[in-house]
Design a protein around this ligand. Structure first.
Ligand code: HEM
Length: 381
């Protein structure tokens, strides 16, 4: 597609697909041209032009709390919401989470046993859920509930009514009620956690509405879970596949750039969506106002126009300016946290165990829309 059809309209899905690095970067960055609000309709910009999320609010009953999600908002609303938590996710602030993340990683590793283990179930899944629960300030014991919520929201393969699966509206309602209660508690008696920061944010003008505050908690809880799970699993899978797992475990191949290469080579989030705010010329095509656009990050990250030997896994690749965390104003808020989890999680694991084998027979894709594996059985010694 990159060579032959880099920008194409797919009539079956009713969307434009964009495949090349430079084009994907433009679509993702240029928020004045491409709205993140998937309820955006042409004309929303015209009336006063202050808040481009008008349709999201108009369609509130349909989109529910999703319409309020940070990642689905445009400036100025986006900037107002993001500023409430931005500093808590910057690299400096994250250093204060280090001991908490180390404790969580060590506890998980304590529970591992030698022999064959599903890495997803035992390590890659619980680590990010526990970490974000700790950072937000919700008790660890409620992890099982979060897992159910997270699964129900990301499991595109499950149909409503499957077993005891919750439907997405049910999950949103349960999470909404849950966080509303917790935020009310923190307003009464603030603590040193993110819930308190959100509950007590700003002055009267910049304060978050109840719905915005609840949505922010929800996106923080779900955005970093399945993505980081797949990063951790894809890392072990890729290191094994490319014969460097031993060297990564001993430290002969440095972890940080190797993880960066995993983000490029097997990007957990393959695509992000936008809506054209006006008619836009892109690569000789005219995308019309109101059209949906899918920017393929996973494809951009393998574009030979930008990366040398794009299909080679090079754990020391430099520079490695992949788009796995997006670009511009929506650049992943949790990117430093995801890196911290990979650093600390793998250090804890490799300190105590050696992965001597990885079973790559019959690998199954994760049922979520995120790119990774449903399970990865490894042998721990
Ligand atoms: C390897 C792990 C992760 C990957 C690949 C990833 C990927 C992304 C991408 C591509 C975006 C941009 C979406 C867009 O432009 O439409 C994004 C945004 C976001 N991510 Fe992550 N993410 C990861 C981990 C996390 C973690 C751990 C958190 C924890 C809080 C998080 C929270 C967010 C939030 C809140 C946004 C929205 C930012 C905004 O709209 O301003 N992510 N992420």
């Amino acid at each position: 597609m990159r060579d032959e059809n880099p920008i194409r309209y797919d009539p079956d899905r009713g969307v434009w697909d964009v495949f090349r690095y430079d084009d994907v970067k433009r679509v993702v960055r240029e928020y004045e041209l491409f709205s993140s609000s998937t309820n955006f309709q042409p004309g929303d910009d015209v009336a006063g032009g202050q808040d481009a999320n008008l349709s999201a609010e108009k369609n509130e009953s349909e989109s529910g709390l999703f319409g309020e999600m940070l990642v689905k908002t445009d400036p100025p609303k986006h900037d107002r919401i993001r500023s409430v938590v931005a500093e808590h996710f910057q690299a400096d602030a994250l250093q204060s989470y280090r001991p908490r993340v180390e404790t969580i990683a060590n506890e998980l590793v304590d529970d591992l046993k030698r022999g064959r283990v599903d890495l997803v179930d035992a390590f890659s899944y619980p680590l990010p859920v526990d970490v974000i629960a700790g950072v937000i300030g919700v008790p660890r014991e409620e992890r099982a509930t979060f897992k159910r919520w997270s699964d129900a929201l990301t499991d595109v393969a499950s149909e409503p009514g499957d077993g005891d699966d919750l439907t997405q509206p049910e999950v949103m309602m349960q999470m909404g009620e849950y966080f509303q209660k917790r935020l009310a508690d923190r307003r009464e008696s603030p603590r040193d956690d993110l819930l308190s920061a959100i509950a007590t944010a700003g002055d009267a003008e910049s304060a978050l509405s109840d719905r915005e505050a609840v949505s922010l908690c929800i996106i923080l809880l779900i955005a970093g879970n399945i993505t980081t799970t797949n990063l951790l699993t894809n890392a072990v899978w890729s290191f094994h596949e490319h014969g460097i797992l031993d060297d990564v475990q001993t430290g002969a191949v440095p972890l940080r750039p190797a993880v960066e290469e995993v983000l490029r080579y097997r990007s957990p989030l393959h695509s992000v969506d936008r809506v054209a705010r006006r008619d836009i010329e892109l690569g000789g095509e005219t995308i019309e106002a109101g059209d949906y656009v899918v920017a393929w990050l996973g494809s951009a990250n393998r574009d030979g126009r930008h990366f040398d030997s794009p299909d080679e896994f090079d754990p020391t690749r430099r520079p490695n300016d992949h788009l796995a965390f997006g670009q511009g104003i929506h650049y992943c808020l949790g990117a430093p946290l995801a890196h911290l989890e990979a650093d600390i999680g793998f250090s804890a694991l490799f300190d105590r165990f050696e992965i001597t084998d990885v079973d790559t027979n019959d690998l199954q894709r994760s049922p979520s829309g995120v790119y990774g594996l449903e399970e990865l059985v490894v042998t721990l010694a």
